[in-house]
Design a protein around this ligand. Structure first.
Ligand SMILES: O=C[C@H](O)COP(=O)(O)O
Ligand SMILES: CC(=O)C(=O)O
Length: 214
């Protein structure tokens, strides 16, 4: 099973920004306890590489990807730290070509048909649809993806996804997994609200199972 199939199985990818690397393992344990052993650790903080490395080394069963990967150097750092995949809010052909060269599965962000076609040209299997709600929500994704259904490309809507609109996204067959910060917000991580994060994860897992009829 490839990494994007694994994300699809979970249906939800927690998008994480951690300021203090010391919070990495407690956060991973909170997500694992909630039954959602995966995370997109964003390169929005300087601690990203150290966090990915710590989780990969100390919690090897956790699935860890890198988010907000904007440069070739960040792609290198993400892979070296142990990331199994990477994503970004937008699309950059040079970064995509580099990720492919180093063997890092990469899902770039798209919001227009032209961006989607660039992703297809680069052989992407999954793209982030960002910012999902402001860009038009599930109705927009349904329309924009229709001409490309035969390519099999999958989507990871991120930006404004919440438990309230989760069913609208996951009911679209082209949506493989949503992304969102609501499970582990930057504030909850900074306040070390580990139980709350576990509860959010558990609720998300239950909601996905409910929506998918599992
Ligand atoms: O910064 C944006 C994140 O990628 C998604 O954020 P959100 O889940 O808080 O809307
Ligand atoms: C937008 C997003 O989730 C990212 O920074 O990768």
């Amino acid at each position: 099973m490839n990494i994007f199939d694994t994300l699809s199985n979970h249906g939800v990818v927690p998008v994480i920004a951690i300021d203090d690397a010391a919070d990495a393992i407690p956060l991973a344990d909170a997500l694992i306890a909630g039954g959602l052993p995966l995370a997109e650790i964003t390169f929005r903080t300087d601690a990203a590489s150290a966090i990915i490395k710590a989780i990969t080394n100390e919690r090897p069963d956790m699935i860890v990807g890198a988010g907000t990967v904007l440069t070739e150097a960040q792609a290198d750092a993400a892979l070296a730290a142990g990331s199994q995949f990477a994503l970004s809010p937008g699309i950059d052909a040079a970064v995509l070509a580099h990720a492919r060269k180093i063997g890092l599965p990469f899902a770039p962000g798209v919001m227009t048909p032209s961006e989607l076609q660039i992703a297809l040209r680069h052989g992407c299997e999954m793209v982030k649809f960002f910012p999902a709600m402001p860009a038009g929500g599930p109705a927009m994704l349904k329309n924009i993806s229709a001409p490309y259904a035969h390519t099999g490309i999958g989507f990871n809507p991120t930006g404004g996804v919440t438990p309230d609109n989760l069913a609208d996204w996951l009911s679209l067959p082209q949506v493989r997994a949503v992304g969102g910060t609501w499970i582990a917000t930057r504030d909850d991580i900074a306040a070390k609200n580990w139980d709350k994060i576990s509860q959010n994860a558990r609720a998300a897992v239950a909601r996905v199972q409910d929506i998918r009829g599992a």
